[in-house]
Ligand binder design. Structure first.
Ligand code: P61
Length: 461
């Protein structure tokens, strides 16, 4: 399926300031990678040429957002920027109550502690690392209810973020609705490759959960990108704006956790949003323990102002069209080179299928971790493992072996040019051409929580 848009897109902005990058030699990169234990998270950013580790907190803010930073009201309590943010969350997303947090996981922590009891089950459309960990730390167990197509990189179903309603119905019948505090629904499912959920699926889910009195909590980190795919692919939505679709998505859910470091175009920030007064009350009590007062939640006034402005910019049709247009440009180029990637191309990056790229490596030799290291060695481009290392271990100590063993080439918003995209695809091609000679890795240090951040590896001989 060719996804390229019929007409060229271009960025709806021009560049006012640039940040110079350090170019490295193969020898410097070899040394840096060895010092980082073959883990791209442990590289110094200075040693990176094009940084595709994440789109989290790495976007370029607009001149308006920077101007907003100067309007920070740094009062301990009742900052005017908080009230602005609260109003924007109501206007753009439609949620009634909002509590700022330092980033997404701060909101996940508070929400999980409030809603989850020991022994609860939290069904969701694929796990996310921090979200699942907070659910587990609160005593719950995550159950994957995403459709099977999501686990197959080749399957081109347009809404691979959808919930398998039958699976969920069975789960409710098995455990009883009282054991399920909420359904955890992400828009633009990160670990599946930035795959969207359809409005139709969300509406069916709403119907089922209403019948059983179960909440839907929305991980809205990339909701605008999901809305763009609904506009492009779902019947009846081609005339609606991304802003209208975003609001409609949120209206199908009861509350949300947000990492504003993605869609909302800020370098730091997040929030918890909820329509239910009782949960809000409890969260407002709890935020002072973990984050800060309920009118700043670990953020400076200026951060909240930049976030309020960024949210407005994030739902602009022209912005999203160019943002996803750039991701699709890179993906199409890789497909033309014969590089195996997750299809359809998702919203925030290209996910290279490391199992297909390095078929001679077993999952115990960490193909995605290996591939991320090799791309860095080739060109100084930094990507992220999203496979067996990221999946971690079950409560009984066994490794999770996810079907998807991927390397994420994540595109920061408004940062890189089309020429950068060409260089990225060409570097990946060079590694692809010498793939048969690539050896795997062995893990030599494994931290207890979220091991992918700090694990260390050495090359297998
Ligand atoms: C990322 F390797 N994402 O994609 P916080 N929900 C969702 C996210 O994408 C997300 C959070 C919640 C990151 C940063 C990151 O395993 C990792 O603001 C859908 O980062 O706390 C974050 O939001 C958490 C990278 C997080 C990871 C965890 O790059």
């Amino acid at each position: 399926m060719k996804q390229q848009m019929k007409w060229s897109w271009a960025e709806p902005y021009k560049i006012k300031m640039v940040e110079l990058l350090k170019m490295t030699t193969p020898g410097q990169r070899k040394k840096a990678m060895q010092e980082a234990g073959f883990n791209t998270f442990l590289l110094k950013s200075e040693d990176v040429y094009i940084d595709l580790l994440t789109d989290s907190g790495t976007s370029a803010m607009s001149d308006r957002q920077w101007a907003g930073m100067m309007m920070g009201d740094e009062a301990y309590a009742g900052s005017r920027n908080f009230y602005h943010l609260e109003q924007v969350v109501r206007d753009v997303y439609g949620y009634k109550y909002m509590i700022p947090t330092h980033q997404g996981r701060g909101a996940e922590n508070i929400l999980s502690k409030i809603l989850i009891k020991k022994g609860d089950i939290i069904p969701g459309n694929m796990y996310f690392t921090t979200t699942r960990l907070h659910q587990e730390l609160a005593g719950g167990r995550f159950e994957d209810i995403i459709i099977d197509e999501a686990h197959d990189p080749e399957n081109e179903f347009p809404f691979k973020g959808n919930v398998n309603i039958e699976k969920l119905t069975k789960l409710i019948a098995k455990h009883g609705a009282e054991k399920i505090p909420y359904i955890s629904i992400a828009t633009s499912v990160n670990m599946a490759g930035g795959q969207p959920i359809s409005m139709q699926n969300l509406k069916e889910l709403r119907k089922l959960t209403t019948k059983h009195g179960i909440r839907i909590i929305h991980d809205m980190t990339r909701v605008a990108e999901n809305a763009f795919f609904i506009q492009q692919r779902e019947k009846g939505y081609d005339k609606k704006s991304v802003a209208e679709i975003v609001k409609e998505i949120c209206s199908c859910t009861d509350g949300a956790t947000m990492s504003a470091k993605k869609d909302a175009l800020v370098n730091i920030g997040g929030f918890l949003a909820i329509n239910d007064w009782d949960v809000f009350e409890e969260a407002r009590n709890m935020v002072v323990v973990y984050e800060g007062l309920h009118t700043y939640g670990g953020l400076a006034g200026r951060d909240m102002e930049a976030m309020a402005i960024g949210i407005g910019e994030s739902v602009d049709d022209n912005h999203i069209k160019a943002r996803i247009g750039q991701v699709i440009y890179l993906g199409e180029k890789m497909i033309d080179f014969g590089i195996p990637i997750v299809k359809p191309i998702g919203g925030h990056g290209i996910f290279v299928d490391a199992k297909k790229f390095l078929p001679h490596l077993s999952q115990d030799a960490f193909p995605a971790q290996t591939l991320a290291a090799e791309v860095y060695l080739d060109s100084g481009i930094r990507t992220m493992e999203r496979g067996v290392v990221s999946a971690g271990r079950k409560a009984n100590g066994e490794n999770y072996y996810p079907k998807l063993e991927l390397v994420r080439f994540t595109i920061p918003r408004r940062v890189y040019t089309q020429a950068h995209m060409d260089v990225i695809a060409e570097s990946t091609l060079r590694v692809f051409e010498r793939r048969n000679k690539i050896k795997g890795l062995e893990m030599v240090y494994e931290p207890k929580y979220l091991r992918f951040f700090q694990a260390r590896f050495k090359k297998l001989q």
